[in-house]
Design a protein around this ligand. Sequence first.
Ligand code: UD1
Ligand code: MG
Length: 450
Amino acid sequence: PLIEPVPALPALYAAVGFAIFAFLAALYLVPALGPTFIRANLKGRDLLKTYDTPIPESQGLVCASIYILLLILFIPYAFSESITNHHDTPKHAREGIVVNEFPHHQLAVYLSSLLSLLMATMLGFLDDVFDIRWRHKLPIPIIASIPLLIVYYSERGATDVVVPLPLRWLLGTLINLGPLYYVYMSLLSTFCTNSINILAGINGSEVSQAAVIALSIILNDLLFLPWAFGFRIPLPLHVTDGVRVGGVWSAGMAYGSKILVERHLFSLYFMLPLLGVCLGFMYHNWYPARAFPGDTLCYVTGMAFAVVGIQGHYSKTLLLFFLPQIFNFLLSCPQLFGLVPCPRHRVPRFDPETQLLYPSRAEFKEKRPSALASLALRVFSALRLVELTLDDRTGEIAQTTNLTILNVFLLRFGPMREDSLTRVLIATQVCGSLVAFFVRYGLAGLVYDG
Ligand code: UD1
Ligand code: MG
């Protein structure tokens, strides 16, 4: 009974067209604008090569511009149904009856998302130009997420989480996190933007992470539009952030509801062109890179993921697509929070003789490792995530390999070429997404009732 008329899908086909256009535009414009970037002194040296040729840096700005302009051009398509179905007759107008009200709320969702993306672009570009210290740039995505949160709030946004079965005796079926849920969502935007940026430094790494995550989100969205393909997959929908109908918790009946379809359509409108632009850019960023993404690309893609996760009400599923980034962030914490020295670049070490990459190292120089730092490093070392060098005389830790997932790959699989390392990273990201789908649609059934 709750199955409402399905929103029209033509806009979805238009979004596919926009994605193809985004791909072609990035493919053409990135090399075409390269010399302009170099002239503006936006250039970098490829740290893992023998040559010194300046490579245009922060060309994520080109991607962000294409992406945001296309999203703006897409607005009439996204609302085409409301525009064409305006059936109000003069009689209706006289009597003040609204037949087909314009979905102002959805427009607010769309515009606040654009605002956040613009903030992310600005922050990313400023970071490229001025190299902002990361302590200073951390709070900006939090502020940038406020418009999203207000729109989320205005749409009777659920702040309760469904409690897993084993904990129900203690906590009940639902717990309302209230304001804490908003804190969590604003931290999500900081996490998504920065976690891609710190898993970087080898050709193709930043953009390929973004491409795989975008593709995973697209596949997940498509699961919620079964009629588009003429088949239905029974989904454990109780796990989605609930849909409240008339104030009653109605998670189980969300299946096929119009609101759920609209949310995932919105997410597709934002993810399809992002995937297009990423694939176009990846062609030029692939080993040996002829263009660098800069922080702009990391911030825009990260913010786009946070936006669709929040506005689409699937932030927990979204985090599952970030498993390699979560791992890399947790591993990086001792360096990020100053326990272990953090060099400006933590990229692997390139050996020109063998043309292979080796784990890079951080050295304790004047400062001796604190007890906490030693403990963390020894735990990591026991897990074979780092390789330590001890001081001959004192037995203290003198050196450690940098705490990044890229170095972990090199420790585990041995030295390899730069493009092989990027392939390992992509394969890991894909495996992470497979695990995510399994957890979301397989395991969830065990932990939540259906
Ligand atoms: C983050 C990382 C840093 C890593 C850097 C590489 C943390 C805390 N910071 O810093 O360890 O070294 O990204 O992007 O983890 N570059 C290459 N090849 C590439 C991409 C980049 O050599 O494929 C080099 C270029 O010199 C480029 C520079 O990295 O100019 C860009 O670094 P930037 O993005 O400014 O570094 P951060 O994001 O601050
Ligand atoms: Mg960066």
